[in-house]
Design a protein around this ligand. Structure first.
Ligand code: APR
Length: 250
């Protein structure tokens, strides 16, 4: 059953001892970061092969050229939008207890959320594939390309996961722990196409959580696990939901 009943969503969130947000690329679209899928998605313009480990190791320069343009050029430019900020406000009011994000853009932390599990890693660091040393992306000069380790000259790899790569163990464990505790889940801006990430809201549903989905269009979750579909862009819907939460708090 899904109707856009904001009062019901607010009631479920208020009645939940542990509320989780599960976010995807859609929440950052209004920050200027394109999604992966859909008409103007990245995969419609760029061959996803660049994010396969075998290609990265066999064509480091070609792969890094695309990766830099896709994921590092926007860094420092993209800012959190209202949807990110409303999730931070919800955490401050104890209406939100954790975020599991598929995004690597660091916008949830920039908005102020403190319990963020990055299921696909992040863009804050680079890691040497040979000696394992970590370099902060912040002060890194991407010249010459491909980036190499100053200590052992090994190839540096972004600290986010490539297709087929293992999910960071700590993020994996914390994400599914949160899913098992959740009594309400906000699923925001994701197609639900990627595994095992999409198992996080599915597990929460299995454990009896109420699923509130926010997306301008239906996803793979909508007919399968969504209890309440608040249709629309994340900023508009999150502003309205937060207003409902504060309204009903009076
Ligand atoms: N507000 C909310 N949702 C939006 C908005 C918006 N303004 N604009 C688009 N969306 C929705 C789309 O309808 C779609 O459901 O965001 C979703 C974007 O889908 P994807 O690009 O597939 O993003 P996501 O589901 O996060 O992809 C998962 O795939 O390529 C991998 O590792 C990558 O983490 C990524 C994973």
């Amino acid at each position: 059953m899904f109707t856009d009943r904001y009062d019901l969503a607010a009631e479920w969130i208020k009645g939940s001892d542990f509320t989780l947000a599960f976010t995807g690329a859609g929440i950052s679209v209004e920050s200027g970061i394109p999604p992966f899928r859909g008409a103007d998605g990245l995969w419609a313009k760029v061959d996803p092969t660049v994010l396969e480990l075998s290609y990265f190791y066999s064509h480091p320069l070609e792969s890094w050229r695309v990766i830099k343009q896709l994921f590092y050029e926007f860094m420092g430019k993209a800012k959190p939008n209202d949807a990110h900020y409303r999730l931070a406000d919800m955490e401050n009011k104890q209406w939100l207890h954790a975020i599991v994000t598929q995004n690597i853009d660091n916008l949830h932390q920039m908005a102020g959320n403190t319990r963020v599990y990055e299921f696909h890693g992040h863009t804050r660091d680079l890691r040497c594939v040979d000696c394992g040393r970590i370099v902060s992306t912040g002060e890194f000069e991407f010249d010459p390309m491909p980036p190499t380790c100053e200590f052992c000259t090994g190839l540096l790899k972004p600290d986010f996961i490539f297709f087929g790569e293992q999910i960071p163990p700590k993020a994996y464990e914390s994400s599914f722990d949160s899913a098992n505790r959740a009594q309400a889940v906000l699923v925001i801006g994701t197609t639900g196409e990627v595994m095992p990430a999409s198992m996080v809201p599915a597990n929460a549903k299995e454990n009896g959580a109420k699923i509130i989905e926010i997306n301008p269009e239906p996803s793979l979750f909508t007919d399968r696990i969504t209890d309440l579909f608040l249709q629309g862009p994340a900023t508009t819907v999150m502003n309205r939901l937060y207003a409902e939460l504060t309204e009903s708090n009076k």
